[in-house]
Design a protein around this ligand. Structure first.
Ligand code: R5P
Length: 297
């Protein structure tokens, strides 16, 4: 019997592509939020003896995680044999060490919660900085995919004479690869974060690149202060056409208008989190991985 795909929360372009391309049944379920804030889950499809794929990004993780865990436990009680989670954006990875005395290393605790509820996990460009792989904190099989080729293709088709810029050391892993794909120069800047919304960017002398069009590439755009500060610095030294590319469009609170107000030429993101800037479809890499790894379909 074919696996059942459930989209918890909003149906996404990714779940639609999976349903269209692979031999999957669309699962029916409802989530209910009671007036006191508790969540109720009802699975309407017959999941007995069936394998399940859940598709949901884990932005807004605190709101989404408990319903996900309840869903997985309900499905298991109703006879589901295996539950996999495709979370194009995986949250709780940035707190990967105790930065200040007394702080919790939430990446580990979150990984423990998910590992106890699901059987496998697939995600795109997780923020692995001090961890080398998801296996360091997740105890279930993890499939990590990269949007680098998709991003490189977008740049090739839309930007003349690009020059890639990564805002900090961590971004070098994907910026270097994308630059290689598009055969463009790249530069990695130095970032100092003083608080959630306070970021300093050190820009070296880049006059030699004046004839290029900067393309800022980052994995997550959250408060957008990293990207906004970099755009402002670049404008000050004379660059006018500046593109911003993010894998995960979190855009917390007023982040999006703040970034637009810098006068950035264009902002594009992958469709890992639904947002109006989504211009780079990554469903193909998920489909390829499901087929290649012989997961369910
Ligand atoms: C940082 O380590 C990440 O790679 C991003 O640069 C960061 O998450 C961006 O955050 P924000 O948009 O809040 O400046």
């Amino acid at each position: 019997m074919k696996p059942i795909l459930f989209s918890l929360f909003e149906p996404s372009t990714i779940s639609a592509a999976l349903l269209k391309t692979l031999d999957l049944e669309e699962g029916k379920m409802t989530l209910h939020r009671f007036p006191d804030g508790e969540s109720g889950v009802t699975i309407l499809s017959d999941v007995n003896n069936r394998e399940i794929i859940v598709v949901m990004s884990l932005n807004q993780p605190n709101e989404k995680c408990l319903p996900l865990i309840f869903f997985a436990q309900t499905a298991r009680e109703l006879g589901a044999t295996k539950i996999g989670l495709i979370s194009p954006y995986l949250a709780y990875l940035r707190q990967d060490k105790r930065f200040h005395p007394g702080e919790g290393i939430t990446s580990r605790y979150f990984a423990g919660l998910l590992s106890a509820s699901i059987d496998w996990l697939m995600t795109i460009d997780p923020h692995l900085h001090r961890y080398h792989s998801l296996d360091e904190i997740y105890t279930i099989p993890g499939y990590v995919l990269h949007a680098t080729t998709n991003i490189a293709t977008w740049i090739q088709h839309h930007v003349e004479k690009p020059m890639l810029i990564g805002p900090d050391k961590e971004s070098e892993q994907w910026v270097a690869q994308i630059a290689k794909h598009v055969n463009a120069p790249y530069l990695i800047l130095e970032k100092t974060r003083h608080g959630d919304k306070q970021v300093d960017i050190h820009l070296p002398d880049i006059q030699q690149y004046q004839s290029f069009n900067p393309v800022l590439v980052d994995d997550i755009i959250s408060t957008a202060r990293t990207m906004a500060t970099t755009v402002t610095r670049l404008k000050k030294v004379g660059f006018n056409t500046i593109y911003g590319v993010g894998v995960h469009a979190i855009f917390a609170e007023e982040a999006y208008p703040i970034l637009l107000a810098t006068g950035i030429t264009q902002i594009v993101t992958c469709n890992t989190i639904p947002h109006e800037t989504n211009a780079i479809d990554v469903s193909d890499i998920i489909i390829e991985s499901l087929i290649h790894n012989k997961i369910h379909c």
